[in-house]
Ligand binder design. Structure first.
Ligand SMILES: [Zn+2]
Length: 117
């Protein structure tokens, strides 16, 4: 059942801030990227939602990888190995460091669509 009174923007904002999409108070992660099983404040089951977030995680990773590939076609460094190092650093920065934020968005979207049911 869809949550009442929760707009998509509110849910996404809570997810981006790495907080529970239902109460907005509890944190999603213990540490950098280890999802709590349930919200420490309202008890929303995050673990149950993990499988529902895979599609968003795969597609956002593919999209970010696509951006890097397009950048590799458009940018021609004078020294190739420097370009290769920059691509690796950009991949870690863009894909790796955005991981908890993308997962927060995915959990929020799932909660907004599915609700508590
Ligand atoms: Zn909560």
């Amino acid at each position: 059942m869809k949550p009442r009174g929760l707009t998509l923007l509110q849910a996404l904002s809570r997810g981006l801030r790495l907080h529970c999409p239902r109460c907005g108070e509890g944190r999603l992660f213990a540490g950098w990227n280890r999802l709590f099983e349930v919200c420490p404040v309202c008890g929303l089951d995050f673990e149950r939602r993990l499988g529902d977030t895979w599609f968003f995680m795969y597609m956002s990773t593919a999209g970010l990888s696509g951006v890097l590939v397009v950048a590799m076609f458009l940018i021609h460094p004078r020294v190739v190995w420097i370009g290769q190092v920059l691509v690796c650093l950009a991949a870690v920065a863009v894909i790796g460091l955005s991981l908890p934020y993308r997962k927060g968005i995915a959990v929020a979207l799932d909660y907004w669509i599915e609700g508590d049911g």
